[in-house]
Ligand binder design. Sequence first.
Ligand SMILES: *Cc1c(COP(=O)(O)O)cnc(C)c1O
Length: 356
Amino acid sequence: MKKHNFYAGPSILPEYTIKNTAEAVLDFAGTGLSVMEVSHRGKEFVAVMEEAQSLFKELLDIPQGYEVLFLGGGASTQFCMVPYNLLKKKAAYLNTGSWASKALKEAKLFGEVVEVASSKDSNYNYIPKGYQVPDDADYLHITTNNTIYGTEIKEDLDVKVPLVADMSSDIFSRPLDVSKYALIYGGAQKNLAPAGVTFVVVKTDILGKTGREIPTILDYRTHVEKGSMFNTPPVLPVFAALQTLKWLKQQGGVAAMQKRNQEKAALLYNEIDRNKLFKATVTNEEDRSLMNICFVMNDDYAELEKEFLDFATGRGMIGIKGHRSVGGFRASTYNALPIESVKALVETMQEFEKKH
Ligand SMILES: *Cc1c(COP(=O)(O)O)cnc(C)c1O
């Protein structure tokens, strides 16, 4: 039976990425060696790193003055690296979920933190708006896509202070105006590569302003100077990331991805809104994520939750169980998920409705 992979992360990758990476694990660039057993300073891997950085810039139309880094440590390490490098006195954080609040918690180790707004009061099911950002904040930190709760900030905010964004789960899902951001980061395992590599896009002129001593490995300037080769980068995930970037380009880039993602999400949200058995947890349409679509059983059918999960699993729907802090179901519809998988899920929901 065909499996439809709705996991939230690590999650579905293009077949192109998986095949090319599998080949390179056996024979990398005609070297007769595995990509896992060659020097990261050899010319073959250096070429991979350089191409990944330049394609990253090309696909997101990144202007001059920014660098792309591939680091270890996951997005969670960025929760402390960001304030370590950028927080001089005061930072502003928008609290839209557990990842955002983890980022905020780390920042408190480095200075004053202002929570500009929070949607915690209603289990993070909306994106707060109309909040004030202090003019003297060193930066505003946002999480553009809230993987657990299924909300998303789908446009580039205009703010007077440097903008820092965790884009772990929506990078490359739409075109970005990178010039509006001082720093963008994310774990690659949602929409780009296997776990193990973290991407950072940094405007280099914001660095070195806190007067703080920073351990070498946690200082962005180290990695900018060394082209992400200060220490051994996560070689295999970087190789895989390059394959996904090539695939993205072949598919027509981020504008084409956005169109497809909008189509997939519309299909599923329409069914959730129509089907008497289900309801979406995010009711405000403009806040609904195009990447993680969360829904629960309607109140009258709450007892059918387990039955639907089994029914859907039996039809090849994998990874749709919701996160424990939301319950119900979550279908992640990342770039690599084909529209056929969304159609299959919609049909499954319709068949289940007929049974009840
Ligand atoms: C998954 C996720 C993280 C955590 O990433 P790690 O690489 O596991 O540290 C952080 N932020 C968001 C938005 C995520 O989806």
